[in-house]
Design a binder for this molecule. Sequence first.
Ligand SMILES: Cc1cc2nc3c(=O)[nH]c(=O)nc-3n(C[C@H](O)[C@H](O)[C@H](O)COP(=O)(O)OP(=O)(O)OC[C@H]3O[C@@H](n4cnc5c(N)ncnc54)[C@H](O)[C@@H]3O)c2cc1C
Length: 232
Amino acid sequence: MNSNFFSIGSFLNKSKIEQKQNLTVLYNSFACAVQRDGDRIKSVTLANKDGLVSVKPKVVIHCTGDADIAAWAGAPFEKNAEVQPLTLHFRIGNVQQTPNLSTMCCEALAKAQQRGELPYYYGPGVMFLFGKNEIYVHGVRVPADPTNAADLTRAEMQGRADAHAMFRAWKQDVPAFAEAYFQEAYPWIGVRESRRIIGKYVLNEDDLMNSHRFEDAIATGCWYMDLHPTKP
Ligand SMILES: Cc1cc2nc3c(=O)[nH]c(=O)nc-3n(C[C@H](O)[C@H](O)[C@H](O)COP(=O)(O)OP(=O)(O)OC[C@H]3O[C@@H](n4cnc5c(N)ncnc54)[C@H](O)[C@@H]3O)c2cc1C
């Protein structure tokens, strides 16, 4: 395997869109297949409003989060049999700021789960982050395989159902939600863990715990070692 296979470069599309500073942006285009020529990617097939479009990249920079293109091209990757659960964030408007709100929300969810209205959740993290009376909720938890289209769809549906179940539970049991309304659930469910490309170097626990620095670093992470369980 050529080691530059997935490193530097850009997708070029010389069709109808204007190119600025050697960068062409193509929205709403989903990579869906690759064609190889030996150990190189010859072309990537995109699905978009033009139909199936073939792009011949000089180099592919891989950013799908799921290593889709790498996996389809036969690059080595690893993936746990059970990956961490997915989470759909959502927001609720017109919530009264009240002491111990998180505790009350947590108790209401425990009751909703006992009633069979909520299969699995965590926290919840209830935060007034963006507006005075608007909460941002970090509480949905759906186990699923994000690299499987049907399972990802099921997870997103479950995430939306759970978000509304939480909202109903709080409307019912928490006075601060008396005038609240469901503002929005985010457009996609968020994935925590998926395929991992096995690159020239694989970051390990010691690197994270001891904040190792690398000469060729392209990003800095500052989050702690975080593990969300797959089962209640
Ligand atoms: C709820 C939640 C909370 C989190 N909280 C934290 C936190 O507090 N701290 C932290 O450090 N990390 C956190 N994470 C993890 C962090 O969000 C991810 O590690 C990070 O976003 C991964 O970045 P990425 O660019 O690799 O992939 P992503 O951000 O997933 O971006 C991938 C992009 O590629 C697009 N894409 C996917 N497949 C294709 C395809 N086939 N063709 C074209 N486009 C495609 C997707 O639409 C997406 O826009 C959290 C994750 C979740 C889900």
